[in-house]
Design a binder for this molecule. Structure first.
Ligand SMILES: Nc1ncnc2c1ncn2[C@@H]1O[C@H](COP(=O)(O)OP(=O)(O)OP(=O)(O)O)[C@@H](O)[C@H]1O
Ligand SMILES: [Mg+2]
Length: 464
């Protein structure tokens, strides 16, 4: 695993078992962290008072003070203390209690290297993010987002990211809307040697086709009406860094041909310019389309696909990693409150359960929006299951919205669209009236004969 570009942090490991202390110390020092250890609560409190640690790993079962007491006292003395509890097998409940009292996270014994490192890096990054958010309110710099979750499905993606990031390989990131494709692209860049160079994003779906060439490759002064000055394109701006072609599946065939040429030759030409400019750009692309079927329908060039898809990374939908919802909810609530100078509103267990059971067709983006809405509109200090019920839309309404959207996406001419919409509409109304044609016609204010004709035209029947 490559090292995270985290600045070295000071950690304090508190555990009464010498074996665990040593194992953690060794593993963490190897990663470049500065590690101090303490074998009981009083020692830990003294060590922290001598010098604040960026993160404290704190065992729960200790004498004379147990971990919860140490936690309380640490947080009283330093409300910003970041504490990750280490819990033995039997005391996960205590660990949950610790979360309620302000611990940041907990790890289970025996500590697994990958998990420990990841959670610590996450906690530090998230803490950093909170500080930056605080700094941002007073005008400081912004950085990338943390990737939250430790489900097996996400771990697998992150392992691929760790492997591919340090290489120069092109990566095609696929996945449904809102699954975190862009976040993954940024993570790949941030973990690559190019991290100090630009990460340039192009949303291929948002640029009008006639402008895409100039957007990507730039133009010379006077190349076309409106080209008042020479302008560099995104490929050139990303020289030495990473170019992120977002929604690549929506690029026109003409633009695809040009991109392919640039990738094959490693050189670009500005619109209206003769000079061939060498660029060293790593390309990451993302799409929520099924590119293979786009290829078979003639909408996407196969040769470009092979070039972009050197390493495929598929980001699974939230339904395949529901175990991450709990953490995501907490993360989004915290981040939103920190951003807006609010006191954090905790979610009750039942509220989280309700969110976990709901379906999320818009994936993590939808969950994030829902959490923010709950934090804003939820009335009390805690968000309850009732808040969730009343303030988030039931999934069924969402699926209807998607149905309408997919109808629009599927049809390219107006008459095809109108027919499909009419068919769907009549089918739904008939089924709501249990296929009583007279009743449906009356409700829709339609002639019965007319409705019969439509039924025939669209071949509508009860079992379709
Ligand atoms: N694992 C995660 N941890 C924290 N935040 C996440 C995670 N995954 C996604 N997000 C957040 O969810 C939102 C959607 O993510 P992102 O924009 O990367 O998705 P996307 O797959 O590119 O979506 P689209 O297909 O709609 O463009 C962003 O605000 C992102 O920061
Ligand atoms: Mg995106």
């Amino acid at each position: 695993m490559s090292r995270r570009p985290t600045p070295i942090a000071d950690l304090l490991v508190v555990d009464d078992e010498p074996g665990i202390r040593q194992a953690l110390q060794q593993m963490l020092e190897y990663e470049g962290y500065a590690v101090r250890t303490a074998e009981n609560g009083p020692q830990a409190l003294k060590a922290y008072a001598d010098q604040v640690a960026d993160l404290v790993l704190l065992d729960i079962k200790m004498a004379p003070m147990d971990g919860l007491e140490v936690l309380e006292q640490l947080r009283t003395e330093d409300p910003d203390a970041t504490v990750v509890m280490i819990s033995g097998h039997g005391n996960v409940e205590t660990a949950v209690e610790a979360l309620k009292r302000g611990a940041f996270d907990f790890l289970e014994k025996p500590p697994d290297r990958e998990i420990v490192l990841r959670r610590i890096a996450n906690a530090l990054a998230e803490r950093e993010l909170e500080r930056e958010n605080a700094a941002l309110r007073s005008g400081g710099p912004v950085t990338r987002d943390v990737i939250v979750g430790d489900s097996p499905a996400l771990e697998e993606v992150l392992q691929q990211v760790a492997k591919v990031a340090p290489t120069k390989a092109y990566v095609l990131i696929t996945g449904e809307n809102g699954t975190g494709k862009e976040l993954i692209a940024r993570e790949i860049h941030a973990r690559s040697e190019r991290r100090d160079k630009p990460f340039i994003e192009v949303n291929c779906a948002a640029i009008p086709q006639e402008l895409i060439e100039s957007e990507l490759f730039g133009h010379e002064k006077g190349a076309f009406t409106g080209a008042h000055a020479r302008r560099k394109g995104k490929f050139e701006l990303a020289d030495g860094g990473t170019l992120f072609l977002d929604e690549v599946g929506d690029m026109s065939l003409a633009a695809q041909a040009k991109v392919l040429r640039a990738l094959q030759d490693g050189v670009i030409q500005r619109v209206g310019g003769g000079e061939r400019i060498k660029v060293d750009t790593r390309v990451l692309a993302a799409t929520n389309k099924d590119i293979v079927s786009e290829i078979s329908e003639g909408n996407f060039r196969e040769d470009l696909y092979y070039r972009l898809n050197v390493v495929p990374i598929h980001v699974p939908p939230l339904s395949e990693r529901v175990e991450d919802i709990r953490r995501l909810v907490r993360h989004f609530a915290r981040a939103y409150c920190a951003d807006n100078g609010m006191v954090e509103k905790p979610f009750t267990e039942e509220a989280v359960d309700t969110l976990t059971k709901r379906s999320w067709p818009g994936n993590i983006r939808e969950l994030k929006n829902a959490v923010e809405r709950l934090v804003i509109l939820g009335s009390r200090d805690t968000i309850s299951a009732d808040d969730v019920q009343t303030l988030t839309q039931p999934a069924v309404d969402r699926s209807r919205v998607n149905e309408a959207e997919s109808l629009i996406a599927k049809h390219s001419t107006f008459s095809d669209y109108r027919d499909a919409a009419e068919k769907a509409f009549l089918g739904r109304k008939l089924s709501e009236n249990d296929w009583n044609v007279s009743e449906t016609a009356r409700q829709l204010d339609m002639q019965r004969s007319h409705l019969y004709k439509k039924i025939e035209k669209y071949d509508l029947s009860r079992d379709k």
